[in-house]
Every structure is written in structure tokens, then in C-alpha cells.
Design a protein around this ligand. Sequence first.
Ligand code: SAM
Length: 253
Amino acid sequence: MARGGEQTHFGYESVPLDDKQGRVDDVFHSVARRYDLMNDLMSGGLHRAWKDALVTAVNPPKSGRDFSVLDLAGGTGDVAFRVVEAGGPGTRVTVCDINSDMLDVGRERAAKRGLDHAVTFEQGNAEELAYPDRSYDCVTIAFGIRNVPRIDNALAQAYRVLKHGGRFLCLEFSSVDVPGLDALYELYSFQVIPRIGEAVTGDREAYRYLVESIRKFPKPKAFAAMIERAGFRRVSHTSMTGGVVALHSGWRL
Ligand SMILES: C[S@@+](CC[C@H](N)C(=O)[O-])C[C@H]1O[C@@H](n2cnc3c(N)ncnc32)[C@H](O)[C@@H]1O
């Protein structure tokens, strides 16, 4: 619950907690149509490998067994498509995202790929999910959690909707811990990414926010502790690409 006057970060800016979601929504309304192209350009295609690592951890059954995944902040459906393609005919993914423009792009992409029978796009806030308790085998969130104003609420909701024995997986930018690479990453993040963002989407500020929000996100150990506080067990995390990204995992046991 927001208390009167409580502040949070929108990138490097301090903003009232209740204002953050609106600011985040403006960013993704602005970039939705170019979002997927930008991911490829900014990461040099690496986001595909990071998402593949997430899908490997989801491990959807190849058999026809029913397997339901909730992809929070699932945007244009990238993770959902990969999960469905990796799984058998019983694999279903619900993409839940707060932003109607991102979801519209996702629905068009699903139809083009012939995956609309297995992927459903629903508008919703990760902080207050409308789904019943214990209804999903797996809950994923990729590059979404740092945009959510009240992260603890989103983690509690992920826990609530997971079935007993279900797994929570979160892919998020992390902190680079390789000497040399850190300076290069800093330069690339602040000098190159906003410029690419401006050239491709016309919105330099959106990409400045994205870069700054990565720096403000808790370090992997601190975030793992938040996952534990939400009730998850066997919490772990794996760094990828020198710490550019971390894959966090927790189980509802
Ligand atoms: C960087 S995009 C990630 C999209 C997708 N998961 C991917 O990896 O390509 C972040 C997404 O988080 C969504 N988002 C932000 N706040 C949210 C909230 N409170 N609940 C649900 N989605 C949210 C945005 O609308 C946006 O689509």
C-alpha cells in the first residue's frame, strides 16, 4: 500500500510512488511498435540467448501434458512464443501486461506465427492479478520487474497464483562484475543506447529511463532476498554475459 508522500525511482529521478506506473506506461506506449526491433539492435541479438536460457529453465513438457505458464509483463509475447514452441501441445501461456499497445503488437505477432491458439494476451497489473490462487505451473517475468513500482506486491502475487511445486523465473538486467567490461558497458548504456533509441523510436528519453532503471534495480543478492521474503524456496540466481543479465529462480513448495 502506498503511504502518503512515499517516493520511488523512475530511472534516476525520484518520483511519488503513485506516479511511477503512469510514467512507465508512457514509455512503453511510445516504443511499442519498435520495441522488438530495438531489443535486437540494443543487445546485438543477445536478448534471444537470454530468453532461451529462461525457456530452458521453464522446461515445458514435450508430451501433451497440460502445462500453464503466466508470463507477467509479457509485452509483445517474445517469451510466450518461445515457451510454446519449446513445449508440447498441452503448453499454454497467458501474457499479462499493463500496456494495451504492447499487447496489441503481441496479438498481431501471435496471429502471424499461428500461435494464437496457445498464447492469450490479457491486460493486467502484476501487482494485483485477477487470476485464482494456485492456477499456474510456472510464472515468468522477463525485463519487467524493474518497471513495476511495488515489486514486493508483484512477487507476492506471483507466489499466490503458482501451484504447489510451481516455479517462478525472473530474467532481469543485473550488474556487470567483469573488470573492463563494466566501463565499456557503462559507455555503451549511456552514450549509445539512448542514441539508437532516438534514431529508431524517436524517443531518446524512453531509452535513458530504461538504462537508468537498470542501474537502480537491486543487486542480485538483494533481489534474491526479496524473492525469499515472498515465500519462495530454493531461491537461486545465475549471471549471464558477465553480469549484464541474471536469471532468478524460486519454487513454491
Ligand atoms: C522491457 S518490457 C519487457 C517485455 C517482455 N517481457 C520482453 O522480454 O520482451 C517491460 C514490460 O513491462 C510492462 N509492465 C510495466 N509495469 C507493469 C505492471 N505493473 N504490470 C504488468 N506489466 C507491466 C510494460 O508494459 C512492458 O511491456
